[in-house]
Design a protein around this ligand. Structure first.
Ligand SMILES: Nc1ncnc2c1ncn2[C@@H]1O[C@H](COP(=O)(O)OP(=O)(O)OP(=O)(O)O)[C@@H](O)[C@H]1O
Ligand SMILES: [Mg+2]
Length: 392
């Protein structure tokens, strides 16, 4: 279905005898860029598991393949796809490789219509998955890839154990043997893709250190402590994990421990006049609050790592020079899902997919109705905006 022959058949003017195909969508968008002199957008929408990300990968292959040979510019674009899947995708109950973020890729096309680079924007990474997953689901793929695929020396440097059972954020989603084999292979692919994206050895090690630090931090636990003044505080129970996480993050254990167990706020003492009298007050957190602070720190670290990787991808796929170029956008979002427990991030995901569905409806339904109106046809009006979450 996606061989080089099929690719060639859908390149150029499309005869009506050709059956519908993903490549014909790609070719019409590519030709539209130059023939209509307008930038184009391919919007991939549908439920989770319906094939959006796979379609975007196939489209990318189609749009980066010149008839003679695979374009050399395509290599970083494909590497970016591999890295994004490792860090931004996870197994859910509906899809073993579900996108947990939305990605918009602006592909720049050369005069022949081949994609030669572009820029990437990612939205709404479901970062709370770092700390908790629903039953039957997994954390982001890269955690498992690292443990299954890294060689013993790398694991030792990162102070990690091979088994997922050692890490509280992975234990619940224990990988099966078959998954481990896949994770091992995918770790090699992700590592190679990071090299293609020109992350040097130090940067690759830094990525691994942040992921390892998240695993270590998530193991830190707190015990409740009753203070003399009657307030509730907490004591760190995993000094060892904290020290290892700090050595990976290159920060002081005392500073991190205090940051997790207390909340700082600034107060102006009664009668104090100017801003110079503002005092910083530290309040002890309960064990439950400190655990929440730990989870938020893990999520923030992972989300910042993801943003940093996007930045590196953008540097690698940026098109140099000032030639005449056009843009073809490729939008691949997370699919609509209704889970047993739907948090705020699920609301945002579903709201986004619904708004995008509205755009599609407007284009396909509203424009068609305007055409009927112009032609004076008799039909029953269909409201393209009906049943939207935003109207409720
Ligand atoms: N064109 C295809 N050919 C073969 N298999 C496919 C194809 N499209 C999708 N699949 C299969 O379906 C699975 C789910 O597809 P994909 O991850 O692309 O869905 P998605 O719409 O991006 O889902 P989500 O919204 O959860 O990210 C793939 O892992 C693959 O196994
Ligand atoms: Mg997807």
């Amino acid at each position: 279905l996606y061989t080089a022959e099929v690719k060639a058949a859908y390149r150029g003017p499309l005869p009506s005898s050709l059956p519908p195909h993903l490549y014909s969508v790609g070719e019409r968008a590519r030709r539209g860029v130059w023939s209509c002199n307008k930038d184009q957008l391919i919007l991939l929408s549908g439920e989770s598991g319906s094939g959006k990300t796979e379609a975007s990968r196939l489209l990318l292959h189609f749009l980066t393949a010149s008839p003679a040979a695979e374009s050399p510019y395509s290599v970083p674009l494909h590497a970016a796809h591999t890295v994004l899947q490792a860090f931004g995708n996870a197994k859910t109950r509906r899809n073993d490789n579900a996108s947990r973020f939305a990605k918009y890729l602006d592909l720049e096309l050369d005069h022949r219509g081949d994609a030669i680079g572009g820029s990437l924007t990612c939205y709404l990474l479901q970062k709370n998955r770092v700390s908790e997953q629903s039953p039957g689901e997994r954390n982001f793929h890269f955690f498992y890839q690292l443990l299954a695929g890294a060689d013993p020396h790398t694991l030792k440097c990162l102070r990690l154990q091979r088994s997922v059972d050692h890490y509280s954020i992975l234990r619940a989603s224990r990988a099966s043997a078959a998954d481990s084999a896949d994770d091992r292979t995918h770790f090699a692919d992700t590592k190679h893709a990071l090299e293609v994206l020109e992350l040097d050895a130090g940067e690759q090690q830094a990525v691994l250190c942040v992921v390892a630090a998240v695993l270590k931090l998530s193991n830190i636990s707190f015990a409740p402590v009753n203070n003399i003044d009657g307030t509730e505080g907490c004591a760190l129970q995993s000094e060892y994990e904290l020290r290892e996480a700090c050595s990976l993050l290159q920060c002081s254990p005392d500073v991190l421990s205090a940051a997790l167990r207390t909340r700082s706020s600034t107060v102006t003492p009664a009668g104090g006049g100017g801003g110079s009298d503002v005092e910083s007050v530290a309040t002890e957190l309960s064990a439950e609050q400190a655990s929440r602070a730990r989870d938020l720190l893990c999520q923030a670290l992972y989300a910042r790592l993801f943003a940093w990787i996007i930045n590196k991808i953008n540097i690698a796929i940026k098109v140099e020079g000032n030639g005449r170029r056009k843009v073809l956008g490729l939008l691949d979002v997370f699919g609509f899902e209704t889970l047993d427990k739907n948090g705020f991030s699920q609301l945002l995901i579903n709201y986004t997919t619904e708004r995008l569905a509205q755009v599609t409806r407007e284009v396909t339904v509203q424009q068609r109705q305007e055409e009927y109106m112009r032609e004076g046809l008799d039909w029953s009006y269909i409201d393209p905006c009906s049943d939207l979450l935003s109207l409720q």
